[in-house]
Design a protein around this ligand. Structure first.
Ligand code: GUN
Ligand code: ZN
Length: 458
């Protein structure tokens, strides 16, 4: 906590509501008459019971006379929930137009639907229009941190960063790299792929005090070469805090292809391992079909996985060994993988994580953790986001389960475990009233607007 005389000059906003915030896989903060105090710098100044905060000595400037001095704005959300913003650890910006294209395994689906739609991103104005829609949708779905793949196109990726920068989203994003085994319209020259990735990282990595971060993004082992992967490893070293983001061991057909393309590698993961791509801030989407040695390497190198259950179900890719990964202590979060995942809502992804496990029961508290703090940990950003804690950035959502028909009216007066179960098993985008990144609204429903306008001053 900073000394009062520094902080007391700054206006703050107190959001009142039922605060729920994961502390671990099994525990969460729970303040029914709670408050989240957000400073002008977009950081969380305090979180707790509203009554307790008002008598806290270090906050007295805001409550004894602070309101009169215009330092305190109160947004009373009533019984609504205040939760940390949701973390989507893997999705594709250009694919938002391609959800629900049915009935094929990965490689056929890519060739039939995805590659043609991504080729259209050579038209930068088309790319900008889709990016605008995409980043609005992230806000509407309550996603405050997203790890995003774009296309091979530098200008389209630049436009995507511009839109995210202006819109206020927090993203880890990068241009897709494709230099082999790809359609002509999506095949790049390897040197150019590296130099354009470097240019984009130079321009955007760390933008706005690290709100935008760069991820070097070879699409998957099939679309690159061992040389390109090694070059990416060197690139990542050039940009401290940058990411490596790719697909891994998603479908059996893909794994067979990789085995033939890289005969010297012991496994699919080993292709990346040999190139030096494993480590902190390396995010591997899917990772369904890993053996014990692979899992051990992921763990030892502190690499992260993005589990994408909706996508795995849709493309019939297989079942992620959830319990095994949990017990092994592997870092993993959840990803929507739009468009193979049909919905951007991380509530839908939480539900699918549970529904796609044939025998393993996942606790709702664990699911909420994976879509918030667990995802932030997997991105090595949990010191900044992922939960509602003093000093962290105020990335949060206002949620009202009553906005979805079929959820019982009295849900908000039920025990918190029951509320959580409703959220993760019945939730979707309709529950989100407002989404804040660093204390600034990136989305507000009409109800939330009326909440804000009726906010009393002091
Ligand atoms: N593997 C390589 N590219 C893709 C993609 O766009 N979606 C999914 N689900 N897997 C991939
Ligand atoms: Zn994907």
């Amino acid at each position: 906590m900073q000394p009062l005389n520094e902080k007391s000059a700054e206006p703050i906003t107190a959001y009142l509501g039922h605060v729920i915030s994961p502390l671990s896989e099994t525990e969460y903060l729970d303040f029914r008459q709670g408050a989240l105090l957000v400073g002008a710098d977009g950081k969380i100044l305090a979180v707790g019971n509203w009554a307790d905060l008002q008598i806290r000595a270090d906050l007295s400037a805001y409550f004894a006379g602070g309101a009169a001095a215009g330092l305190l704005t109160i947004v009373d959300c009533g019984e609504r929930l205040l939760l940390p913003g949701l973390v989507d650890l893997h999705l594709h910006l250009p694919q938002v137009t391609q959800t629900g294209r049915s009935g094929q395994h990965l490689l056929t689906w890519l060739n039939r639907y995805i590659f043609p739609s991504e080729a259209r991103f050579s038209d930068t104005e088309h790319a900008r229009k889709i990016a605008q829609w995409f980043f609005n949708e992230l806000g509407r779905n309550g996603t405050t941190l997203a790890c995003v793949m774009t296309t091979i196109h530098k200008a389209a990726t630049d436009a995507a960063f511009e839109v995210a920068a202006a819109n206020g989203n927090r993203v880890i994003m990068g241009k897709v790299m494709m230099v082999a085994n790809s359609p002509e319209a999506l095949t790049e020259n390897a040197d150019q792929s590296v130099s354009q990735s470097r240019e984009l990282a130079t321009k955007w990595h760390g933008y706005d005090n690290n709100r935008l971060l760069y991820a070097f993004t070879p699409r998957f082992a099939i679309s690159v070469t061992a040389d390109l992967l090694a070059a990416v490893s060197r690139l990542q070293d050039e940009f401290p805090g940058s990411y490596f983001h790719t697909h891994l061991a998603e479908s059996l057909e893909e794994i067979q292809f990789v085995a033939e393309q890289y005969p010297q590698s012991r496994s699919y993961l080993d292709v990346y391992d040999r190139a030096g791509n494993l480590g902190r801030r390396s995010i591997f989407a899917h990772s369904i079909h890993l053996d014990d040695e692979d899992i051990d390497r992921v763990k030892k190198t502190e690499s992260s996985l993005a589990h994408c259950p909706s996508s795995n179900f849709f493309l019939k890719s297989g079942v992620f060994p959830y319990q095994k990964m949990q017990e092994a202590g592997v870092l993993f979060g959840l990803g929507s993988d739009v468009a193979a995942g049909p919905a951007m809502s991380m509530f839908c992804v939480m539900k699918d994580a549970e529904f796609t496990q044939p025998t393993y029961w996942i606790d709702p508290r664990e699911l909420l953790y994976r879509a918030t703090l667990g995802g932030a940990k997997a991105a090595w950003l949990d010191d900044q986001v992922g939960s509602l804690e003093e000093g962290k950035e105020a990335d949060f959502i206002i949620v009202d389960p009553r906005r979805k028909t079929g959820i019982v009216d009295n849900i908000l007066s039920q025990p918190s475990d029951e509320i959580l179960a409703s959220l993760v098993f019945l939730g979707d985008d309709r529950l989100i009233e407002a989404t804040y990144v660093r204390g600034k609204a990136i989305y507000q429903s009409t109800t939330a607007l009326s909440l804000a306008s009726s906010a009393k001053l002091g």
